[in-house]
Design a binder for this molecule. Structure first.
Ligand SMILES: C[S@@+](CC[C@H](N)C(=O)[O-])C[C@H]1O[C@@H](n2cnc3c(N)ncnc32)[C@H](O)[C@@H]1O
Length: 205
């Protein structure tokens, strides 16, 4: 067990539960909005099962999910590319990565996910490069993110999408997303009730 990583994860879990239970008053744009611990464990387990090396994250926040991913891949010399638009959160994430001793495994792309994913799609080296992707940014664009991520994922690669079942305010967007991916013959997908509802999608061809 790597102690610094688990200490940072625990601190972030405490912060997240204070925010969720409204015991601390945090401005909307500074909230962590993190995946649950159970989801972190799920991501970590899938990464280990896949022996994953190249991870892409869309929506980093302060880095809780990123650190769960890093824990699974550091020994493998794996790398994570993560996207976030909020500079305050990026600064907090960098501090968390430093404390967790995973900074060297992570590259942060600051800016709008749509624009950055468009740039990635133009780069030959990113074609089918990633073996694992977490989609967890704004939910209005989730279908577009999936369309842009799919060419970047290797055959057999996994895409996880958070918030399939909760919170209620995302239900309509996630319902549309769910039927959209189910109509794609190139993937197989299930919705797991873990955490806030995790879509687990595998690229078949
Ligand atoms: C749900 S939070 C991510 C939580 C993180 N994955 C975790 O579990 O620790 C979503 C994040 O996506 C960022 N975000 C929202 N829309 C974005 C966009 N269009 N481009 C880049 N980042 C965006 C938000 O600033 C927020 O920090």
């Amino acid at each position: 067990m790597n102690k610094p990583i688990f200490k940072v994860l625990e601190e972030l879990e405490n912060q997240s539960s204070l925010e969720k239970s409204r015991q601390v008053d945090v401005p909307a744009d500074e909230r962590m909005l993190a995946i649950t611990k159970e989801t972190g464990e799920l991501l970590n387990m899938i990464l280990r099962l896949k022996n994953a090396k190249n991870v892409l994250e869309v929506g980093m926040s302060v880095g809780y999910s990123t650190i769960w991913c890093a824990e699974a891949i550091v020994e493998n010399q794996g790398k994570i590319i993560t996207i976030e638009q909020n500079p305050k959160k990026i600064n907090r994430a960098k501090e968390n990565f430093q404390k967790a001793n995973v900074l060297d495994s992570i590259t942060i792309h600051e800016g709008l996910a749509m624009q950055i994913l468009q740039e990635f799609n133009l780069k030959e080296e990113y074609k089918e490069f990633f073996d694992f992707v977490l989609i967890d940014a704004d939910k209005e664009n989730v279908i577009k993110y999936f369309e842009m991520v799919l060419p970047l994922v290797s055959v057999g690669g996994v895409i996880i999408t958070d918030n399939m079942l909760y919170p209620e305010k995302y239900k309509e967007d996630m319902k549309k997303y769910s039927s959209y991916i189910r109509s794609n013959q190139n993937v197989r997908t299930i919705t797991s009730p873990i955490g806030n509802g995790e879509e687990i999608t595998i690229k078949l061809r």
